[in-house]
Design a protein around this ligand. Structure first.
Ligand SMILES: [Mn+2]
Length: 319
């Protein structure tokens, strides 16, 4: 097991203004890890605030979301800033400015492409999720997350999200051991799995249908593109895309899958997944980041153009 013991407790003890932030368009791991850490700091007598650009509705069940700070970032000058589940300063969005002003910075992350961005980097690309790393940090500082149902539930939900329900190859024996301890601690596993992975709204189902209508396949790569107009027609935003790219990847003919969605007039974000072929290098070369088999990048162009460009690069690289 990686040794996470460092001066974190001393740094926390000496700090008053503590801020925690996750990546933009926060997913279940970013929300879970951020609020698990925030609750831990609260148990230590601190009053941390969490900076996330939003808390998507389906993650509103996480504990501690009253610590979400939704005011102006202008005057915030943290004693400590924790970036969690974020492999790249750009991905902090406007919280990145707050990061720059912090006296002390920590990064707690598991993205393989993270080369370090804080004064103290706690990065383990072998961990399933940032939430799993939070569990280990607490454990090595003599705090048993499984004995605190709120922290335990947040960590469990973050792990479930990033592992796709303990299915993706980032799931290790240790991931299952931690999950086991959290289950023993009483987390409501079936509700968490449903909320994090399976519950969808009607608009999301319509968007899913649109994505499948637009689907194409070329040389082992299944891909689809959605414009802002597509999303609006279904009553959706870019927060409603979960599950689409994984569905494309699970098709029998898919070695890789690409979902491209429009983000502005002339930019589109690609989410790329692979069953085996490593895609991180292709994505990093385009200015993005992620993991060996799951990564993302924002590029100039229409969704269709960006999709064709990335699909060509994947086909070229794997042939
Ligand atoms: Mn993550």
């Amino acid at each position: 097991m990686m040794d996470y013991s460092n001066n974190i407790l001393k740094d926390i003890e000496n700090a008053e203004k503590i801020y925690i932030a996750g990546h933009v368009n926060p997913d279940g791991d970013a929300v879970g890890a951020a609020f698990a850490l925030a609750l831990y700091l609260k148990r230590l007598g601190k009053s941390p605030r969490v900076l996330l650009e939003c808390i998507p509705d389906r993650f509103s069940f996480f504990f501690g979301t009253d610590m979400w700070y939704n005011g102006s970032y202008d005057d915030i000058a943290p004693d400590i800033f924790f970036a969690v589940d974020c492999g790249d300063l750009k991905r902090l969005g406007k919280a990145g400015e707050v990061f720059q002003r912090a006296k002390m910075t920590y990064c707690i992350d598991h993205h393989r492409t993270n080369e370090g961005l804080a004064q103290v980097d706690i990065i383990n690309a072998d961990a399933s999720s940032a939430s799993e790393i939070i569990y280990e940090i607490l454990k090595q500082n003599d705090f048993d997350a499984e004995k605190d149902i709120e922290i335990a539930s947040n960590i469990y939900a973050g792990m479930v999200f990033d592992t796709g329900g303990f299915k993706h190859n980032c799931t290790s024996r240790r991931t299952h051991e931690i999950a086991g301890a959290l289950v023993e601690g009483g987390v409501d596993t079936s509700t968490i799995h449903s909320r994090v992975l399976y519950e969808h709204t009607l608009p999301q189902a319509r968007l899913f249908g649109k994505a499948l209508c637009n689907m194409q396949h070329k040389s082992g790569v299944t891909y689809t593109a959605l414009t802002t107009a597509d999303m609006e027609a279904c009553g959706c935003t870019s927060q409603d895309l979960d599950g689409i790219v994984d569905f494309l990847l699970n098709l029998d003919k898919s070695e890789c899958a690409v979902l491209v969605t429009q983000r502005s007039e002339n930019t589109a974000k690609a989410s790329i997944r692979s069953k085996q072929f490593p895609i991180a290098d292709i994505v990093v070369a385009l200015g993005g980041g992620g993991h060996k088999l799951a990564a993302g990048v924002t590029c100039d162009g229409s969704p269709a153009e960006v999709a064709e460009m990335i699909v060509e690069k994947i086909i070229e690289a794997k042939s």
